[in-house]
Design a protein around this ligand. Sequence first.
Ligand code: 5GP
Ligand code: MN
Length: 344
Amino acid sequence: MLSQKISYTEIAEAKRMFEQCRNVVIVSHVSADGDAIGSSLGMYEYMKKKGKQATVIVPNYYPDFLKWMTAADRIILYDRHRAMAKTYITAADLIVVLDLNEPSRMEELAIPITQSRAKKIMIDHHLHPQKFCDLTISYPDASSTSELVFRVIDAIGGTSALTKAGAEDLYAGMCTDTGKFSYNANDPDIYVILSELLKKGIDKDRINRQIYNNYTEARFRLLGYILSEKLQVFPELHATLFTLTRDELSRFSYIKGDTEGVVNMPLEIKGTKLSLYMREDNERPRIFVSLRSVDDFPANKMAADFFNGGGHLNAAGGQLHNMSMDDAVEIAKKALEAYSEILK
Ligand code: 5GP
Ligand code: MN
């Protein structure tokens, strides 16, 4: 049996909002990941099953390894189809905001969303949600937003409203946000939910292959280059760092998503507590920083202190603006120095 996580009042309110709506817009964060797309399409399938008109809009491109999902080709990319997206937003009477805790995570899409007079519901697992929705369902200790979407659907009316396609989407979100159930995955309920999803007839093994065994040759070789040429190890600090400049990325025909998940790999080196990855943006003069840690090392605090960012305890990120990669590396070294006591 699944234990109750989301409060009864929140479920009752969500139920009322779902029942009263007809035109639903579902949105998620910039550079959507498996959980963003999985939770959004899972919610989309549910709304369709309930007879609603539903549309998923994300700010921009999302990775190819998510395109197998049944309704993936219906997702509207705001940066490419702004006018069409705005038409749906204008017609919406309910907006479901998934896997993000503040409007800025939607970049430009935040403007029409926050201006809309439609009712808004947020379902999310990031810390410190901003109150811009009529209902905020926020559980930062949940494995994923996809888990929370399952819980909402289940608590409202049971799993009969969950289709096989929806179960595939939610599975993908839970799987990717926990690194195949290897972190944030100690809650026994996760496996109760997995059991329910499998009962819908999903082929989890095939989904895993579609997500993970889906490298292009260029992406696979980039991974080799990172591991053999770029990875710096600081053994006494139990930390690692790798960087990729614009030039390096173009040598390997980089497309967005190609280094997704790679920042987790150095944690496989015995004793590693912290992995840092810095990537030069190919559009604007900025460097994206990704941090992954284990146990109680506060990656989100380091991201906030040194990289203008934040996130979860063990998975955080940030950005550095208008500086060279060499300068960014200096900042990373300062960050490691500042946290050396905890790392040692
Ligand atoms: P990733 O390394 O996958 O880009 O990001 C990991 C996590 O860090 C995200 O799920 C998000 O919670 C957080 N994060 C990434 N970039 C930023 C940022 O620029 N600002 C904040 N506050 N959080 C970020
Ligand atoms: Mn997530």
